[in-house]
Design a protein around this ligand. Structure first.
Ligand SMILES: *[C@@H]1O[C@H](CO)[C@@H](O)[C@H](O)[C@H]1NC(C)=O
Ligand SMILES: *[C@@H]1O[C@H](CO)[C@@H](O)[C@H](O)[C@H]1NC(C)=O
Ligand SMILES: *[C@@H]1O[C@H](CO)[C@@H](O)[C@H](O)[C@H]1NC(C)=O
Ligand SMILES: *[C@@H]1O[C@H](CO)[C@@H](O)[C@H](O)[C@H]1NC(C)=O
Length: 594
C-alpha cells in the first residue's frame, strides 16, 4: 500500500502550487538590532555589494505571472517522495483515529507507555516546551531578535493547538495545516536576514527562496540565535520527534557532529562517548543535520577552506561525516545538494532595453578601486585602447576603501561611482556588454545582466575557460565559473593575459544581441521544486544506505569529524561544545576531545 494515496498527493501539490507564498512581510532592520554581535565572514565576501543584488521589495505580483505549474508536477518520481509530515501522518493511520487531547498529567504519562499514536509524543514534547517557556526565557527567547522570538513561539503554539486536527481529513481550522508538521530548525545568521528582510547579500537572496517556500507550504520554522549553539541541543532534546530537519551554519554543524552531547550517532566506543554519561548522549542524528553554505565544503586548496578548517593542501572537506549531500549550496559544487539561487521575480520587473536603443557602453563589474589596480588581473593599459578598439565606452561604478591610495579608476574608464540600485539596473540595461575583470569571485550580478538581455564577458586565468570539478569555483582559475559555464552567446570568456582576446570577446558580445536570459535552473518554479525535493527526500534511508555501503567496503559505518578540523575551529574561536550541565563551552574540554 502506498504511504499516501497518489491522488491526494497530486491534489496537495496542485493546491500548493496555486497558493502563494503566504503573507510575507518585510520588516525594517533597525540599527540597534544590527549592533548585536554582527561579525561578517573574514574571507573574500563582497559584503557591501548591494547595488548589484536583486531588489526583493515587490514580491507577489510578478511571481504570480511567472508561475509555471507544470514544472512542479514534472518532478522525478515524485510519487515516492514524502515530507516528514506525510510520513508522520501515514504512521498514525489506524492509531491516531479519534485522538483526543489528554486530560491530565496522568493520562499523558500513561499514553507515553501505551499509545501507538505519534500525536501523544508530539503532545508531550510540545507541552513540555511550552510549559518551560512560561518560566524560562531560554526557551521563549531562542533568537536574539524580538520578531523572530514572537514568530518562533507562535509557530510552536499553533502546532500544539492544531495537533488534534492533523490528518483528520475534516475541514481544518483556518490556522492549521498538515504541512506544519514539517518542522525546520534554522541556525545561522543568514536565515534571520532572510526571514526578516534588510539585506540583499547573495546569501540572503538565496535563502529567502527557501524561507518563502517553507512559508508558502505552511512549514513550521524555528530560528535559533547562531551565537547560542547550546540552544540547538536544548530545543532538540525537548522536541526530538517534532523537529524534522536542522539547517545550520558550517561551524555549528561541525561542532554538533563532533560533540557527544549533540550528535546521537557517534561511532561506538570512541573516547568522547565513553567519557560522556549515557543519559547526556542522546540528541541529534547526523541525518537530520544539514549545513547551508554559499561557498560549499571546499577542498583545502580552494578558497577559505585551508584557513577556516585547517585542511591540508588538497584535502577533501565535508561538514557532515555522512557526506556533502548534507551541504546545501546555491551552486552545483561537486557532490553537494544544489538549491539554485533565484532572482527571477525581481528581475522580471525590470525592462529589457532594445539593442538599438542602448548606449555604446560596457558596464565593468567591480566596486572597489583596488580591483582595477592592486588586485587587478587585466593590464591597466587595456583601458586606454578599449573604446577605440570596441567602439564601446567602459563604465565603472567603483569607489575607494579607506586603505586605497587611488582616487579614481585607471585612464580610459569612465567611473560613475556607486549609484542607487535602480540607477545601476538602468545603467546595466542600457549597456551592450557586461564585463568582469576578475573580482568579485562569485556575485549574482552576471545573472542580473543576463536577465536584462546583456551578454556577459568573464576572464579565466588558467588553461580552460570553463574548468572542471572544483576548479570551476576556484578564484585563481576563473571569475564566476558557474556563469562562465553558460557560454556564448550569453557568456563569453577571455584569457586574462590576452588583450586581443578580451577585445574580441567584447566585440562578439556587442555584435550578437541576446534576449532576456534566465537559466532554467534559476527559475522560481525550478528552485521551489528543488526545495521540495530536499524536504521530501528520505534522508534517514539515504544515511543508512551510505553506512551500509561503507560496511560493505570494510570501513566503519560511522565516522568522526577529523581531529585537526575540530582543533582548528576551537583555535579560531568558532568551535562550540555543550558542557555537562547543558552550558555553552567555547574551549575544547581536555577530556572528551574525541
Ligand atoms: C497553508 O495554510 C492555509 C490556511 O492557513 C491553507 O489555506 C493553505 O492551503 C495551506 N497551504 C498548503 C500548501 O498547505
Ligand atoms: C472512531 O470514531 C468513529 C465514529 O465514532 C468509530 O466508528 C470508529 O470505530 C472509531 N475508531 C477507533 C479506532 O476507535
Ligand atoms: C564497545 O566496547 C564494549 C565494551 O568494551 C564491547 O563489548 C563492544 O563490543 C564494543 N563495541 C564495538 C562496536 O566495538
Ligand atoms: C583613438 O582614436 C582617436 C580617433 O581616431 C585618436 O585621435 C586617438 O588618439 C585614439 N586613442 C588611442 C589611445 O589610441
Amino acid at each position: 500500500m502506498p504511504l499516501v494515496s497518489t491522488s491526494r498527493l497530486l491534489r496537495t501539490l496542485v493546491i500548493s502550487t496555486l497558493i502563494l507564498l503566504g503573507s510575507y512581510s518585510l520588516f525594517i532592520w533597525t540599527e540597534s538590532s544590527l549592533s548585536i554581535n554582527v561579525k561578517p565572514f573574514g574571507f573574500q565576501f563582497d559584503f557591501d555589494y548591494r547595488y548589484a543584488y536583486a531588489d526583493e521589495d515587490d514580491t507577489i505580483a510578478t511571481l504570480l505571472q511567472s508561475q509555471e505549474e507544470d514544472d512542479f508536477l514534472g518532478l522525478d518520481d515524485f510519487s515516492k517522495r514524502f515530507t516528514p509530515a506525510e510520513r508522520l501522518l501515514a504512521s498514525g493511520e489506524g492509531f491516531c483515529e479519534n485522538w483526543t487531547v489528554p486530560e491530565d498529567e496522568e493520562e499523558i504519562a500513561s499514553r507515553e507507555k501505551e499509545s501507538s499514536c505519534w500525536k501523544d509524543d508530539h503532545y508531550r514534547q510540545l507541552k513540555y516546551f511550552l510549559d518551560k517557556a512560561k518560566t524560562d526565557k531560554t526557551y521563549s527567547e531562542l533568537s536574539w531578535h524580538d520578531q523572530i522570538n514572537a514568530r518562533n513561539m507562535k509557530s510552536i503554539r499553533t502546532l500544539f493547538g492544531c495537533l488534534v486536527y492533523f490528518g483528520t481529513r475534516e475541514a481544518l481550522p483556518e490556522e492549521c495545516s498538515d504541512n506544519m508538521l514539517n518542522v525546520m530548525v534554522l541556525h545561522d545568521w543568514w536565515w534571520d536576514l532572510a526571514l526578516e528582510g534588510g539585506s540583499e547579500s547573495g546569501e540572503t537572496v538565496w535563502l529567502r527562496a527557501m524561507v518563502e517556500t517553507f512559508q508558502g507550504q505552511n512549514y513550521t520554522m524555528v530560528s535559533l540565535n547562531w551565537h547560542a549553539y547550546h540552544y540547538l541541543v536544548k530545543v532538540y532534546n525537548a522536541l526530538p520527534d517534532v523537529v524534522s530537519f536542522i539547517y545550520a551554519r558550517d561551524t555549528l554543524a561541525i561542532s554538533c557532529l563532533s560533540d557527544p552531547r549533540c550528535r546521537s550517532d557517534f561511532p561506538p566506543n570512541t573516547t568522547a562517548v565513553t567519557e560522556t554519561p549515557v543519559e547526556q548522549r542522546r540528541t541529534i542524528p547526523s541525518w537530520k543535520l544539514f549545513t547551508v553554505d554559499y561557498w560549499g565544503a571546499r577542498p583545502g586548496d580552494h578558497g577559505r577552506s585551508k584557513h577556516a578548517y585547517g585542511l591540508q593542501w588538497g584535502e577533501e572537506m565535508t561538514f557532515n561525516p555522512l557526506g556533502n549531500e548534507w551541504t546545501i549550496s546555491p551552486f552545483p559544487y561537486p557532490g553537494h545538494t544544489h538549491i539554485p539561487l533565484t532572482m527571477e521575480k525581481s528581475c522580471l520587473q525590470l525592462e529589457v532595453v532594445s539593442h538599438g536603443q542602448r548606449k555604446n557602453e560596457v558596464t565593468v563589474l567591480g566596486k572597489l578601486f583596488e580591483y582595477f589596480y592592486r588586485t587587478s588581473f587585466v593590464p591597466q593599459d587595456i583601458w586606454l585602447s578599449f573604446e577605440n578598439t570596441t567602439s564601446l565606452s567602459p563604465i565603472a561604478n567603483a569607489h575607494a576603501l579607506k586603505t586605497d591610495s587611488e582616487d579614481d579608476t585607471p585612464p580610459g574608464l569612465v567611473n560613475k561611482g556607486p549609484v542607487a540600485r535602480e540607477d545601476y539596473y538602468e545603467q546595466v540595461a542600457n549597456s551592450k556588454v557586461f564585463l568582469g575583470i576578475g573580482r568579485p569571485e562569485i556575485s549574482p550580478s552576471p545573472y542580473l545582466a543576463l536577465c536584462l538581455g546583456v551578454p556577459v564577458v568573464l576572464p579565466y586565468f588558467g588553461e580552460k575557460a570553463v574548468p572542471d570539478g572544483w576548479d570551476l569555483y576556484h578564484s585563481a582559475a576563473v571569475q564566476h565559473g558557474p556563469a562562465a559555464s553558460i557560454r556564448p552567446p550569453y557568456v563569453y570568456s577571455y584569457h586574462v593575459d590576452d588583450n586581443e582576446n578580451m577585445y574580441a570577446a567584447v566585440q562578439a558580445a556587442r555584435d550578437n544581441p541576446i534576449e532576456r536570459y534566465i537559466p532554467d535552473e534559476m527559475r522560481d518554479a525550478n528552485v521551489r521544486s528543488e526545495i521540495l525535493k530536499l524536504v521530501t527526500t528520505d534522508w534517514h534511508a539515504r544515511s543508512r544506505e551510505i553506512e551500509a555501503a561503507r560496511e560493505t567496503r570494510g570501513e566503519p559505518a560511522r565516522v568522526l569529524v577529523k581531529q585537526h578540523i575540530i582543533q582548528r575551529l576551537f583555535h579560531l574561536g568558532v568551535g562550540r561544545r555543550v558542557g555537562e550541565n547543558g552550558e555553552l563551552l567555547k574551549i575544547l574540554p581536555e577530556k572528551g576531545s574525541v
